[in-house]
Design a protein around this ligand. Structure first.
Ligand SMILES: NC(=O)c1ccc[n+]([C@@H]2O[C@H](COP(=O)([O-])OP(=O)(O)OC[C@H]3O[C@@H](n4cnc5c(N)ncnc54)[C@H](OP(=O)(O)O)[C@@H]3O)[C@@H](O)[C@H]2O)c1
Length: 313
């Protein structure tokens, strides 16, 4: 059977991918990379191979990928400074004769005018992958709905308002789990060499519409408040969010930095993320799940985060 290596296997995305592959009976085909193998001891107990690897220690990566036929390179977390890390992983994979690399990229990155800081990391990584000689598949994920509904949602509910510099820009937010299902379909399927998938949700929406949906489903009134970029920075500064990425650090459970988030909001506002496809259905055979479904699935959690006298239902 094809041996599959996964980087970032201890993270949200990597855990889900691992769970789904194990559920398909593939535990013994998995090589899971982490900087801290003890974190994945339960995976070793499930039959997976767990190996040490660190993007910042390129010499660790070849041994981590030994014997792998396919590599799921889950992008790192140091937004704006990941290309060197990804290059180390790509070089190591090519040197270990990995046949096919899949990369968790991002939508809307072809246009150099896109101001999102993530664009640079992803477009440069894609170039390195194309030049590596390995077969490749780019999984260009849209903005995760999880990030806005599950992670940022509680603070929105508590404030009774959604503040953003994204203006009335549209995007088609996607369930992270749908992205993972697409990755698993590619990892376990064939015919995906040289393909770029734009993995999006089913609906184009702006944040005002998403806030209205949250209000409708939870019964909690919510305002959408567009911010200027400077005001968005000031809001993040007041929350103690660093401007630049800091490894392994999170604020309110979110590993964010404001240069990333503010330029991301600009990209939404200027229409660079306004992409909606049926690639989830094409890859998984079922439609992508909607933002409404994610709000409904988390309605109790969101209501609990609201100030009690705001809750009318
Ligand atoms: N489309 C979107 O809206 C969106 C939103 C959020 C994130 N993302 C992307 O998805 C990726 C995965 O997200 P996630 O939520 O799964 O992240 P996460 O839960 O924060 O996990 C990060 C993973 O990165 C690994 N890692 C960090 N630094 C590393 C290093 N120097 N060397 C090797 N591994 C390292 C960690 O592994 P160990 O600690 O075990 O070493 C961990 O497994 C993100 O990095 C980002 O590129 C996209």
């Amino acid at each position: 059977m094809t041996k599959i290596a996964i980087t970032g296997a201890s993270g949200h995305y990597g855990q889900l991918a691992t769970d789904k592959l194990i559920a398909q009976g593939r535990a013994e085909d998995l090589i899971l990379m982490t900087r801290t193998p003890a974190k994945l001891a339960h995976r070793a107990a499930q039959g997976c191979v767990v190996r040490y690897g660190d993007y910042d220690h390129p010499e660790s990566l070849g041994p981590a990928f030994a014997g792998a036929d396919r590599l799921l390179l889950i992008s790192g977390t140091r937004v704006g400074a990941r290309v060197a890390q990804h290059k180390a992983a790509i070089d190591a994979a090519a040197s270990m004769a990995v046949a096919h690399i899949l990369y968790t990229s991002f939508i809307g990155i072809d246009d150099p005018a896109n101001p999102a800081e993530v664009r640079h990391d992803h477009i440069e990584t894609e170039k390195l992958i194309r030049a590596s000689g390995m077969a490749w598949t780019m999984l260009r994920d849209a903005h995760y709905a999880d990030a806005m509904i599950v992670m940022a949602g509680p603070a929105v509910m508590q404030a009774g308002a959604w503040f953003s510099n994204a203006g009335d820009g549209y995007e088609a937010m996607v369930w992270r789990e749908d992205c993972v299902d697409c990755a698993v379909a590619v990892l376990t399927g064939s015919g995906h060499d040289g393909q770029i998938y734009n993995i999006t949700g089913p609906d184009r929406q702006n944040f005002a519409q998403v806030a209205a949906l949250m209000a409708e489903v939870t019964g909690v009134p919510l305002a959408y408040v567009p911010l200027e970029d400077d005001a968005q920075y000031a809001m993040f500064d007041a929350m103690g969010i660093p401007r630049r990425p800091v490894d392994d650090q999170s604020i309110n459970g979110i590993p964010w930095n404001s240069d990333d988030m503010v330029t991301f909001g600009q990209a939404i506002r200027e229409g660079f993320l306004d992409i909606c496809t049926k690639d989830v259905e094409r890859l998984t055979g079922r439609p992508a799940r909607s933002v409404r479904q994610m709000i409904e699935a988390n309605a109790e959690m969101l209501k609990a985060a609201a100030v009690p006298d705001q809750v009318s239902a």
